[in-house]
Design a protein around this ligand. Structure first.
Ligand SMILES: C[S@@+](CC[C@H](N)C(=O)[O-])C[C@H]1O[C@@H](n2cnc3c(N)ncnc32)[C@H](O)[C@@H]1O
Length: 310
C-alpha cells in the first residue's frame, strides 16, 4: 500500500484544482461562487471538487440548499507541507492573483447578503438598482463628462456599441474600422443618429485629419493590433492639443494561447508598457487604472488608460 501522501499528489497536479485550493485556503465558497471566480462551468468545478474531496483536500458543509466548500482545516503534516510548496510556487502572481481579485466582489456580495446588513436598505440598494435600472446605470452618467461640442473618434468601432453610447452626448462621432462587416453592423445600429459618421480604414493610417478630434477612444482593440505604438501615435495625430485619449483593454493575463483563434495578438498589457507607449506617442497626464471585475464577465480583467495630447 503506498504512503497516504502519494495518494494525494494527483489532485494537486492540475491548474484548476490548485486555483480552487488557493481560493478555499482563504475563504469558503459555494460551487456557484467558485464557477464565477474561475470563469468555469459549474459541472467542471463540481468535478474538480469531487476529486479534491476524495483525496481529503477539501470538505463541505451544508447550509440550506447550499454547500460551502473549504480547505480541510485538519490536513495532516505531509499534506500541509506539500501544499505550502505548491502555494509558494504559485505566489501571488498571474492567474491566481486575478482569481483573488475576482473573489473580492463575490465575497463582498455574500457579506451584503448576510444577516442584519441585508435587512437594511444599504444592503439591498445595489440589487434594487441593478434590477430596476441595469448594472451599468451609475456608470452611464459618466458620459456627461463628454462636452456637447466635442468631436469623438471611436477607433475600432466594431458593431458600434461605444459609438451608440457616445452619440447622444457629443457633437459628432467618427467611427473607424477596417472590417466592412463590422461597419455594416455599426451602420445598422447607428443609422438613427445623424451625428455619427462611419469611415473605413486602418488604425495605423486613420482616415481622419490632423487635430480633428477632441476625444479618441480605443475600446478593446489594442490587443488586436500588431504595432500598438504606431496606432497610439496615429491617435495622437488626430487629436487637437489638449485632446483626450481613453483606452480600455485587457490587463496582462496568463491564459496562454486561449484567445488566439479570436485574433488576439497580445495577451493583454502590463501597466508600465502602456504608460511608456503613451508617453512615447506624445501624451501627458497618463494614468492606467485597473477596472473593477464584473462578476458576470468570463474574460480577462480590464484596465482603463487615459491621457492628454501634449
Ligand atoms: C473587439 S472589436 C471592439 C469593438 C468596439 N470598440 C467595442 O468595444 O465593442 C475590435 C474592432 O477593431 C477592428 N480592428 C482591429 N484591428 C484594426 C486595425 N488595425 N485597423 C482598423 N480596425 C481594426 C476590428 O475590425 C474590430 O471591429
Amino acid at each position: 500500500m503506498p504512503p497516504p501522501i502519494l495518494e494525494r499528489l494527483s489532485a494537486l497536479g492540475d491548474e484548476t484544482r490548485s486555483r480552487i485550493l488557493a481560493l478555499l485556503e482563504r475563504s469558503e465558497f459555494t460551487v456557484t461562487e467558485l464557477a464565477t471566480v474561475l470563469q468555469a462551468s459549474q459541472p467542471t468545478v463540481s468535478r474538480h471538487l469531487k476529486t479534491l474531496a476524495a483525496e481529503g483536500w477539501v470538505e463541505a458543509r451544508a447550509d440550506g440548499r447550499n454547500r460551502h466548500y473549504r480547505m480541510t482545516p485538519s490536513l495532516d503534516e505531509p499534506a500541509r507541507a506539500l501544499w505550502s510548496i505548491v502555494r509558494a510556487e504559485i505566489g501571488e502572481s498571474g492567474i491566481y492573483a486575478a482569481d483573488a481579485e475576482r473573489a473580492r466582489p463575490v465575497l463582498e456580495q455574500r457579506r451584503l447578503r448576510s444577516a442584519e446588513f441585508f435587512a437594511s436598505e444599504a444592503g439591498r440598494w445595489d440589487e434594487t438598482r441593478a434590477r430596476l435600472f441595469g448594472s451599468a446605470a451609475g456608470m452611464t452618467a459618466m458620459l456627461g463628462l463628454v462636452h456637447a461640442d466635442w468631436v469623438v473618434a471611436d477607433l475600432g468601432v466594431g458593431t458600434g456599441s461605444l459609438a451608440e453610447a457616445l452619440a447622444p452626448f457629443a457633437a459628432r462621432v467618427i467611427g473607424v474600422d477596417r472590417s466592412a462587416e463590422m461597419l455594416a453592423a455599426a451602420e445598422h445600429r447607428l443609422n438613427r443618429y445623424h451625428n455619427v459618421e462611419l469611415r473605413r480604414g486602418d488604425l495605423e493610417e486613420l482616415p481622419v485629419a490632423d487635430g480633428e478630434v477632441d476625444l479618441a477612444v480605443l475600446g478593446l482593440v489594442l490587443h488586436y493590433v500588431v504595432d500598438p505604438p504606431a496606432v497610439l501615435a496615429e491617435a495622437n495625430r488626430v487629436l487637437r492639443p489638449g485632446g483626450r485619449l481613453l483606452l480600455v483593454d485587457m490587463r496582462r493575463h496568463d491564459r496562454g494561447t486561449a484567445y488566439e483563434e479570436m485574433g488576439h495578438v497580445w495577451p493583454g498589457f502590463e501597466d508600465e508598457r502602456v504608460e511608456a507607449w503613451l508617453d512615447d506617442a506624445g501624451f501627458d497626464a497618463v494614468r492606467v487604472v485597473p477596472l473593477p471585475p464584473d462578476p458576470e464577465a468570463q474574460g480577462p480583467l480590464l484596465f482603463l488608460a487615459s491621457a492628454v495630447k501634449r
